[in-house]
Design a protein around this ligand. Sequence first.
Ligand code: C2E
Ligand code: CA
Ligand code: CA
Length: 661
Amino acid sequence: MNKFFGLFDLDKSDPELMRAQFRSFQGHIPLLYGILICNTLAITVTSFNPDLLAKTLVAPIVITGIAMSRAIWWLRQGDSSTLGDDEITSHLKRTCRLAVVLTLTFNVWVIWVYQDADAFSRSNLTFFLALSQVSTVFCLMTLRAAAMLVAAVSTISFALYFSWVEGGQLLPQSLVLCCVCIGMAVVTHSFNRSFAEVVQSRRTLRIRQLETEKLSAENRRIAFTDALSGLPNRRELLDRLDRLDRQEVLAQDSLAIVFIDLDGFKLVNDEHGHHAGDELIRIVCHRLREQCPEHATLARVGGDEFAVLLEADGTIENAHAIALELAHRLLKQMALPVLVDRHVLQISGSVGIASNMDNGVNSRELLRRADLAMYHAKTEGKGQVAIYSDALDEGRLRRIEIEGQIGAGLEANEFDVVYQPIVDAVSGKIVATEALLRWPRRAEGELAPDEFIQVAEATGQIHPLGLFVLERACREIRDMGGLDLSVNVSPAQFRHPGFEQQVLKVMEKTGFPPERLQLEMTESYLLTNPGMAIKAINSLKTAGISLALDDFGTGFTSIHYLKSYGFTHIKLDKSLLKDLKPDNKEKMLVAGAITLARALDMSVIAEGVEHEVQARILRDLGCHEMQGFLFGRPVPLAEFRSLLELATDNRQGAPLLHSVG
Ligand code: C2E
Ligand code: CA
Ligand code: CA
């Protein structure tokens, strides 16, 4: 029963449904009132009686007036989206009430007119009344409560009156109208249900669409953002660059890219774990961001690589100059110590700059150039800024060419090892030899080791090359009784986790006694990774191998600091000896280095000794061993062997190096 009465009630549970009803109903309202006014006018015309002005003229004017004012009110309502839910509810409530009142008014008026009408007018009246009821219910179809109320009120009043009037002659018509009304009520009910379903499914669809949009926005955000730093990632940067390229031609010097790569980041990861590495990246990102101008795009384009895109706008006019200034600021920031997990980490950055100084270069090319410039800064000693130039590209092509040739050369046995004698400073006796790599059978002509070793270090090919030298030299020098062997190792080799094991394996394979082997390395590796360097040095020393610091005097490290690494020897760089003369500044410098090294129980080897005067000074200063063209150039094994034999023979007579004594 409740359910039945509920059909006549306004369903207020779903504001969105009410709004949809309101909107649909709003469209039907002028039609509804139009039909009502037409019917009223038709009744007035057919039943007009000058003696009954009140019911045949005044009453229809009042009804028409009310209908017109309501129709105008509705037409004025305009867009329903500006109305609140409460307003919509109250409009619909009022509509339901008014529908009942108007229906009753219209019915009462028709019945009133009916009483004095002739037979013809009466049939007209019943026709118009029925017509009005049916059309009103139709127009109110979307608003179930109103449609039901109108159907009920009109049917009941019609049926009651017309089954009673004229001795029940109109009973069949009343019954037919009742049936029609019940039919309309059923149709209205099911139409309303479908209408509600449509509204509901539209809502579901909209919610899904919103969810999908949200999801795809989130996906986009994830795809274009670096999760660790929250900065735009490489994809986002490339996207941005492509968008720039699609714009009209960019003005000269309006675009610059600063490419940054952290030096020694991999070592932080290896030594302190990935957690520390992540923390370091976060801190560095924060510092970089603080330095970047507001309109610049800072992106993390790789594990330890960042790029800043500077675009011309109101504030940037000369992108190149701004980039250069920014690059130096960024370098300073990166060089500041970082506290991670109670460790103070010291890193640096290498920076490359490229700008569109020459017209026509697209922005992706600019990124490549900045990257290349950064690479150059890195190979030139890290912690520097390099600016792109065409020469860098030529150098890169040459490096790529050499890189391919090194691999093939190793396979084709194009490399050789040469030996340079190292003599005892006092006796002049050859006590050791330094193994040096050569590439004599390179198809395109021999290359200096400085040049191809730099490439091999950058590409990782230094590992097979280094092992080749070590193994070859150990095999060849093994049987030269008592002679020590010195082999160069690159920082890149030292960084390799299995390096110590590889060295020991070669010792085992070749039967070379580790006590006779000395490894020479430059200090660049120590500075970037002290912890790992000390560990590696200690384990090599435990095996009996000694360690020499090569090229001493070219870096900034103090001898005392080096001692803590466990070096047994230092090799004075040849540049220190170049102007060595009795009583000059260079002599004081060398003297200081030798004295300090001796005090710390380290042996000093001087390299690049070319003149007797240098040798004499060095010996007087207490240098232990010497190496240089004065005693012998690096030569192939056979020649070195004869040199050694000659020296042994000579020693039985006069010393080979009599000039030193
Ligand atoms: P380095 O380790 O400082 O080697 C000494 C360099 O000085 C050698 O150059 C040698 O020929 C040169 N030299 C020796 N005595 C004199 C002299 O009296 N005057 C002058 N002006 N130079 C002298 P080289 O053989 O051209 O090697 C250059 C560099 O290439 C080496 O410098 C070393 O850093 C690297 N290298 C050579 N062989 C190897 C290797 O097997 N492994 C690695 N990692 N690096 C190597
Ligand atoms: Ca060396
Ligand atoms: Ca050297």
